[in-house]
Design a protein around this ligand. Sequence first.
Ligand SMILES: [Zn+2]
Ligand SMILES: [Zn+2]
Length: 238
Amino acid sequence: MSGRLITRKIGAFVNYLFAPGLCLACGCELDNAESLCDCCGGQLRRVPNPCLHCGQPNPVSGRVCPACLLNPPCWQRLVAPLQYRGLTRDYLHQLKYSEALHLAKTLCRQCFEPFRQSRPRPQLLLPVPLHGTRLSERGYNQAEVIALLWAREFGIRLERSALTRRRATESQSGLSADQRAQNVRAAFDYRPAGDINHVAIVDDIVTTGSTAAEITRTLHRAGIEYVEVWALARVYKR
Ligand SMILES: [Zn+2]
Ligand SMILES: [Zn+2]
């Protein structure tokens, strides 16, 4: 474990015990525990001028990028404000694999605004489910941890069990875009959770979007017309 990582872990632990806390990245004093100072928060890079549909930077003016105008994704809107690199990548990795659940709050606090601007609000938040086997190995679903924070902040209903994973799929990391799409084909089920027409799928990271696309198709088949994808970070193409 690197010295920097040890410092961050100690910072996180101290923040659990005492308030006011310390900045998780640099260790300076803060009013809030489990947070970052303005300087370290500013180092989490945002996607500049994100396209409403794909979340990648839009090189032209307007809300939708030329690629999405030609070939729109199957969901209606994607919000994933942070670039998946640097400190964001490091924290999301710890959240997923090292039980650092407090980092979900740290990252969410840095970027509530783009989700707040999404109007009208979704009626339901649906975290991308883990298969039962993986859930019992890991002990938690990081997408659900993030969804819980957004549900509280925005007053949206969180539905934990409506969306399920029908079969255990291979991990998506290391697969090509085509392999990812194939890997998640027909992998999800949706059990209607009331009279719902507008939902947001919640995940930690959007990479190629193949998981979100497969879930969106499942939801559209179930009669949900308006599907948003909400994630903390986007794998940044340009
Ligand atoms: Zn700091
Ligand atoms: Zn786009």
